[in-house]
Design a protein. Sequence first.
Length: 427
Amino acid sequence: MDDLVVVGAGPYGLSIAAHAAAAGIGVRLLGRPMASWRDHMPEGMYLKSEPWASNLSAPGGRHTLAEFCATRGERAEHGEPLPIGTFSAYGLWFASRATPEVEEVTVTEVTPQGEGFLVRTAEGPPLLTRTVALAVGVMPFTHTPDVLGELPPGHWSHSSGHRDLTRFAGREVAVLGAGQAALETATLLAESGARPTLVARRSRLNWNTVPQPLRRPPLHALRDPHSGLGTGWRSWAWSRLPWAVRRLPAAQRERIAATALGPAGAWWLRERFEGRVPALLGHRLQRAMAADGGRTRLALTTPAGESVVLDAAHVIAATGFAADLRRLALLDAGLRAALVTVGDGGTPELGPGFESSWPGLFFAGLLTAPSFGPSMRFVHGAGFTAGRLVKGVRRRLGAQGQLSGSAAGARCDRTAAGQPNPKTFLR
């Protein structure tokens, strides 16, 4: 039986596996390395975050993005956007140096088995493990407007479904959304010869400002500090104090996760977007209908309450991701139903070591934002997550008698029905 199985090999999964291996934990890492970045982002996209804030996490701060770029004769510069392809290659390089060999299998089921878990894959025999860390990324949680469900297949897609946008050359494409994904997708469509129109409920687009120099007069740095999530004290707090966010009331944490660091376009994209992509701002999508010739008709409401129609050859919903445990089909339904959740129940309530109310089941990434704050929506959050989660795993293994006393913790009590007692892990 393995000590730990990490499901997912993106920035969070790779970072967790690196820390676990360094801690002497028997860990297996399952998934396609950097799958979201390699398979679900169009050619020509850039990393929005600063390179120095986009490191994967290994003990001792080794294997940084800057170190990788140096091996290629490149420099990861502050204020210079980095191609997504370079970041994907960095993840593969990191995996080759910091983690156990990644097993490229598709996990289909995680279910309780005794005091551990049974992990099934599509490619091989099931695995038994004492603990599991689910670092599944964002792809299970793609969010699209409900009205698009009225359309036949092929009339619409999510922005994460495209690697090559050149197939839309010469065609009208409606892009829904107002965040970086929507703005950059629309821009890349225009640059590929398509005719995009942005449709957004927001009355105005938000753009990030040009980053200030890293070295500034002390007063400027104090007034507007840098952080891995941008400049300003709010961003600094979300970046540096996820542990403090967790101590807030659940309703406040949910509100912070939903509203902090809202949709905005990167500063370097603005000039490429404006003047090339028409935008219907303050427009709400009411209906979506199939039209003649395989086209799609969108019924919109303007800010003044008037009805307008937009015809397009295709609709791309760049409407982000919504964390919801119910969308995590690989997790046993009974286990999902037994988990203590945050607020409205879409995400798991987590202890300080990212352990859920089910002993031995850990989460990382988007699903943890309502527990630890908005940094968990970004690569930067992997640095906070990995070390603490692995410490939580060591405590759990110690409670099971698998590690030395120094790593042991108190075993969670069980109810008469055989379910975990959620009170213990919440401390």
